[in-house]
Write a protein that binds this ligand. Structure first.
Ligand code: DAH
Length: 330
């Protein structure tokens, strides 16, 4: 009896250890633990048959059973540790990041030089308390010319060769039209800056484009003088271009009186950069502001011109060509 049970116990150990060593998943290992050492497991079944043993035999077999149990438990623990380590290792390998792999190249976007100038100009005027406004690119004759003191037969219309539309409307030739639209819906005091696209029937060449951009400036208040105009323009130009000499040269625009053109000394030459003046009383009357109470100044300039001077460009067409070799320089 003793030797029989002893043999069965030793066989169970051998069989168990082989099965445990062959287990290659943690799930399989758990199954083996249950089937050998679990409550209804094989070792338990053998031990239950110990009841048939004599009192002398029982402690001997009991001791053997204990060593079998311990050694199976040890094997299970070791195999579990081995499998867990392998699992962590393979997970680490699967999740490795190879920092030497080439990255994914995405070209970086940039601000177009025209938008760059517009942004800077608006920032400067906004910092002086101006509001940004916009108006339509398709305009009526009234907003583009007539309300700006430029009646139909006025010779100044020749200064701006206009695209007329079949319905009698036109493509605005300047952003000055926004002055009228803004004054019609607001009351003084006014400080407004209006960027936008404008159109002229010009032949396209290195310095002309049929479509270009302007920024318009308008201030209306009680007691504004030409000094306010000069100070504003000077601060603006010197913020953009640096502390360069500027000069105001008498000029003519229908919507301002007096009018001036502003020149900037750039690389030893005087460059004309903008038009300006004190708002003509007729313009104020067109929007029913009382010229006896209010005065104001206005100015307008071409964004392309600024960009070309600032970035020393030789050809206005580069600004519209979408050539990345050009655009990536900014
Ligand atoms: N509108 C003019 C142009 O396109 C520029 C201009 C001149 C705007 C004088 C003004 C101004 O507001 O006062 O040539």
């Amino acid at each position: 009896m003793t030797s029989n049970l002893e043999a069965q116990l030793l066989a169970l150990r051998q069989q168990g250890e082989q099965a445990i060593a062959a287990a290659n998943t943690l799930e399989r290992l758990e199954e083996l633990r249950v089937s050998y050492l679990g409550k209804k497991g094989e070792l338990g079944a053998l031990l239950r048959s110990m009841g048939q043993l004599s009192a002398e035999e029982r402690p001997i077999i009991g001791a053997i059973a204990n060593t079998v149990k311990e050694s199976l438990q040890t094997s299970l623990d070791q195999q579990r540790a081995t499998l867990e380590a392998a699992q962590i290792r393979s997970q680490l390998e699967a999740e490795t990041l190879d920092v030497t792999m080439p990255g994914i190249y995405r070209p970086q976007g940039r601000i177009h030089p025209l938008n760059g100038i517009i942004d800077r100009a608006l920032d400067i005027f906004v910092s002086m308390g101006y509001t940004v406004a916009q108006g339509p690119e398709m305009e009526t004759d009234y907003y583009n010319f007539e309300a700006l003191n430029t009646p139909p037969d006025h010779p100044a219309r020749d200064m701006q060769d206009t695209f007329y539309l079949p319905d009698g409307n036109l493509l605005r030739t300047h952003t000055s039209s926004v002055q009228i639209r803004y004054m019609e819906r607001e009351e003084p005091p006014i400080r407004v800056v209006a960027p936008g696209r404008v159109y002229r029937r010009d032949n396209v060449d290195a310095t002309h484009s049929a479509v270009f951009h302007q920024i318009e400036l308008l201030a209306i208040d009680e007691g504004l003088t030409f000094t306010d105009l000069k100070g504003t323009i000077k601060v603006f130009l010197q913020t953009i271009f640096g502390e360069l000499p500027i000069r105001f040269r008498a000029s003519y625009f229908p919507f301002t009186e007096p009018s001036a053109e502003v020149d900037l000394q750039w690389n030893g030459r005087w460059l004309e950069v903008m038009g300006c003046g004190m708002v003509d009383p007729n313009v104020l009357k067109a929007v029913r502001y009382d010229p006896e109470i209010y005065t104001g100044f206005a100015a307008g300039f071409g964004v392309e011109r600024f960009a070309m001077v600032l970035h020393q460009m030789d050809d206005i067409r580069r600004l519209y060509a979408s050539d990345l070799r050009f655009l990536q320089q900014f």
